[in-house]
Design a binder for this molecule. Structure first.
Ligand code: ADP
Length: 407
């Protein structure tokens, strides 16, 4: 079955067409700056990639272009839309409604819409992607895969904030987590690599990209995660501050006479690696600056590593140890220096990085020393695979039910 995976962001639309049976990616691409005059479309089949600039007014126009490019012209991957068996949509916020991926129907759509209050840009964009598919491929089964679903089984003591209880009841103020699909994928892969059952393992999974999060996964179930009510909490990130003393927020708002939106911008867009280094949100540029003696860039490096290390410490305590620490995403997969800093000095806890194995970039591998009690594993994440897999399984199960009812 060919599955179209759609990841609609506020101004982008990423896609992958996957032949799930042969586990082959038939095409992938993205539309960027949707809604502006400078929008463009990248589309790749095998190793051939085309890029063309074209105005895209909204997600429906972007979706139209994607479907046309997939089926027509020299870069087509299939000959007609009938070859697409199902569509899987990445949805950022599933609130407390969704503990797992779900077949999209009117009820699911209205819940995603209701939850847009908690993730306005993302859930609205995802809905535009869903509506566009309904319009252009009527009747095609569609599945929603929620970033928050994996963390819906967190214990209440982990997801509640020590605020007046009624704010949880009235406004849904609680930890929802993020990057759930990535943490789920790397935890399953880690169990495969270790040759163990996920239910027998205690894992700490670290997604370190532009956005960063760490999770404690105890015998197959997440028991805590660093992102919170929004994806601003937890670790220091590219432009996000992560956890800070909440009193700083009201202090700065009063001092600088900031509106809530201005304060939100500072914490989400002007902080993190960018805010501290003053150089960039991109760790590669921060590293270059630090290597040429820029002290603030060096400080940004140290702060980032120290925060990851502290979360590892917290989660080691929560699970009374762990079997493996898994790293993924741009920084986790590629930055040997950051890994060295994160794991330095942890030998007394049985965590020993192998300096030689650590040198390389990318690809799935173990980077801990043979004498390390805790295995350190690098696993490039594959959220699209998880979305395709959930979509395949839900659609197949639905078809079986229909078949049984018919017989
Ligand atoms: P996103 O969350 O946008 O998907 P990525 O997973 O692509 O982000 O991660 C982006 C981060 O990874 C950036 O900070 C980038 O500098 C960092 N990164 C990518 N390659 C390297 C590298 N070779 N060395 C250091 N950092 C890297």
């Amino acid at each position: 079955m060919n599955i179209l995976v759609i990841n609609a962001g506020s101004s982008s639309l990423k896609y992958q067409l996957v032949d799930f049976n042969s586990n082959k990616v038939l095409a992938r691409g993205l539309c960027e700056r949707v809604g502006s005059d400078s929008s463009f479309h990248k589309h790749g089949v095998d190793d051939n990639e085309i890029v063309h600039e074209t105005p895209l007014r909204d997600h429906e126009e972007a979706m139209q272009l994607v479907l046309k490019t997939l089926t027509e012209g020299e870069h087509a991957a299939i000959s007609s839309l009938a070859e697409i068996g199902a569509v899987g949509h990445r949805i950022v916020h599933g609130g407390e409604y969704f503990q797992a991926s779900a077949m999209i129907d009117d009820d699911v759509i209205s819940k995603i819409d209701e939850l847009a209050e908690l993730a306005p840009l993302h859930n609205k964009a995802a809905l535009s992607g869903i509506y566009a598919c309904q319009e252009l491929m009527p009747g095609i089964p569609m599945v929603a895969v929620f970033d928050t679903a994996f963390f819906q089984t967190l214990p209440q003591s982990a997801y509640m904030y020590p605020l007046p209880y009624e704010y949880y009841e009235q406004y849904g103020i609680r930890k929802y987590g993020a990057h759930g699909t990535s943490h789920r994928y790397i935890s399953e892969r880690a169990a495969d690599i270790l040759g163990e059952n996920l239910q027998d393992l205690r894992l700490i999974t670290c997604h370190l990209g532009n956005g960063c999060s760490v999770s404690a996964i105890d015998h197959g179930h997440p028991i805590d995660t660093s992102m919170g009510f929004t994806p601003l909490d937890g670790l220091m990130m590219g432009t996000r501050c992560g956890a800070i003393d909440p009193a700083i927020v009201t202090y700065l708002m009063q001092k600088l006479d900031l509106t809530p939106q201005q304060m939100d911008d500072i914490m989400n867009k002007k902080s993190g690696l960018l805010g501290i280094s003053g150089v960039s949100n991109d760790l590669r540029s921060v590293r270059e600056a630090s290597e040429s003696g820029n002290e603030r860039a060096m400080l940004a490096y140290e702060m980032f590593a120290s925060r990851v290390k502290k979360y590892i410490g917290q989660y080691l305590a929560l699970m009374a140890g762990c079997d493996a620490i898994v790293l993924t995403a741009g920084i986790g997969e590629n930055c040997a220096k950051m890994r060295r800093m994160i794991f330095s000095g942890l030998q007394p806890l049985g965590i020993v990085l192998d300096q030689e194995k650590n040198k390389h970039r990318g690809f799935e591998r173990i980077v801990s020393s043979d004498k390390s009690e805790v295995t350190i594993i690098i696993i490039p994440t594959d959220e699209e695979y998880m979305i395709a897999r959930d979509t395949y399984e839900i659609v197949r199960a639905q078809r079986q039910i229909v078949r049984v009812q018919r017989d």
